[in-house]
Design a protein around this ligand. Structure first.
Ligand SMILES: Cc1cc2nc3c(=O)[nH]c(=O)nc-3n(C[C@H](O)[C@H](O)[C@H](O)COP(=O)(O)OP(=O)(O)OC[C@H]3O[C@@H](n4cnc5c(N)ncnc54)[C@H](O)[C@@H]3O)c2cc1C
Length: 394
């Protein structure tokens, strides 16, 4: 059993580390202290993503992306996840369902998105529909060759940066026809209702959008009428792996900083790491990180081996749940080891502690991940989680 990372994968990880440390970290304090970055800085960051070759890592080269494997993406996201203020989000990942676009949609939306000329945001959640997507009410009413979209979407991440929205709506209000639509930001009838503030400082906004009689032509249906939930489910595997990798990176950065501080800070005549209470916290953090990393790399690798879609879905839930909760525990200890300094916003540990909280909420809450895992356990049995990868034919 060879667990070593191939040279090409290590090279992606190293490049991402350099990118995070030299391009993203320098903007952390400006973002935290001012709540946002100037437009010129955001534009420069977008250009830097392209210059460093991190644009469209999750899409095929033919579509304008970098064609990275899932494991390579995980290694990249781990390094980017070390940046505070969700600066990792400046490295956009064009939405996975765009792969299922028509040739024209790939030309007009996916490829320009991979190249950094366009950017999407995704609008699924509504005031009355979060975990329970069955409660979605946004409708797309057929009018001849057109659809008219009406509804309200919440928490639309990067809505301020995107020039088009991937909207989840019910065709003719029919729950059996959940469908994704591509809507350009300047479409008449699409307005911003609010841009609330959140616990974390985030490089972009999370907008509330109103769709009032927004007309789109039939060629803006993405992936077929009625395919909305299926396309979103496929995407969850990648999105949950990305969150898990970001959480791992955040935990590693906080652990390294706390470990250094524990050697430097003296209390009662010794470096605080010589107090067993602190040493044991560091030990627990090391164990948590090692376990999470083993799981995340394994599942990313398995996805690259094309394991069964439902197995991938269940295991992506396992690592999203574990990594996000692990990051919460590790960050909490890191803050404690820093004492009062762990509560200062100028300390990356303080910022990461706020940043990782949302990872237990978005892309399926921890409770929803447990619902998925428990459901698959009932259907497929424990081997799904206790077993190990088997090569085809063995
Ligand atoms: C910062 C941020 C950014 C976001 N970005 C986006 C975005 O870009 N696009 C988008 O569409 N959405 C986005 N979301 C929305 C996010 O996906 C939802 O917040 C999430 O799915 C939870 O939905 P909810 O907030 O409505 O909570 P609810 O679904 O109302 O859940 C409330 C509580 O009930 C629990 N619960 C619900 N059902 C069950 C159950 N069956 N069993 C046990 N417990 C249950 C939940 O776990 C939670 O604890 C974002 C959210 C945040 C906070």
């Amino acid at each position: 059993m060879d667990l070593s990372l191939p040279a090409a994968d290590l090279a992606w990880k190293e490049r991402a580390k350099v990118f995070a440390e030299t391009v993203l970290f320098p903007h952390e304090l400006d973002l935290e202290m001012n709540g946002s970055l100037p437009r010129a800085t955001k534009d420069a960051l977008r250009a830097a993503v392209v210059a460093h070759g991190f644009n469209g890592v999750n899409h095929a080269r033919e579509a304008g992306g970098q064609g990275c494997t899932q494991l390579q993406q995980t290694l990249i996201n781990e390094e980017l996840g070390k940046a505070t203020g969700a600066l990792w989000a400046v490295v956009w990942h064009p939405a996975v369902p765009l792969k299922h676009g028509t040739p024209e949609q790939i030309r007009d939306y996916l490829t320009p998105s991979c190249l950094g000329r366009r950017r999407a945001c995704v609008a699924v959640t509504e005031p009355d529909a979060g975990s329970d997507t069955g409660l979605i009410r946004t409708s797309a009413t057929r009018r001849g060759e057109r659809y008219v979209i009406d509804g309200e979407k919440w928490f639309v991440t990067s809505g301020d940066e995107a020039d088009y929205v991937i909207v989840h709506a019910l065709v003719d209000g029919d729950r059996a026809l959940p469908t994704l639509f591509l809507v350009d930001r300047d479409a008449p009838g699409l307005t911003v209702k609010r841009e609330p503030k959140f616990t974390h400082t985030y490089v972009f906004g999370h907008r509330e959008l109103l769709f009032q009689g927004v007309e789109v032509t039939a060629d803006r249906v993405l992936g077929g009428v009625g395919q909305g939930l299926e396309l979103t489910k496929d995407w969850f595997v990648e999105a949950r792996l990305q969150i898990a990798a970001n959480c791992l990176g955040a935990a590693i950065r906080a652990f390294e900083l706390a470990n250094d501080w524990a050697s430097e800070r003296v209390a009662f005549g010794v470096p605080i790491r010589r107090h067993q209470a602190i040493e044991f916290m560091l030990a627990d953090m090391a164990v948590e990180i090692m376990a999470a990393k083993s799981m995340i790399y394994r599942v990313a690798w398995e996805v690259d081996q094309n394991i069964d879609r439902k197995v991938a879905h269940a295991r992506a839930s396992v690592i999203k749940l574990h990594a996000s909760e692990m990051a919460g525990r590790v960050l909490d200890k890191a803050v404690q080891i820093f004492g009062g300094r762990g509560y200062m916003r100028e300390n990356p540990v303080e910022r990461l502690n706020r940043d990782v909280r949302v990872d237990r909420i978005w892309e399926g809450t921890s409770e929803i991940q447990r619902v998925i895992i428990g459901g698959q356990l009932g259907k497929r049995g424990p081997d799904l989680f206790t077993g190990w990868y088997r090569a085809p034919g063995t």
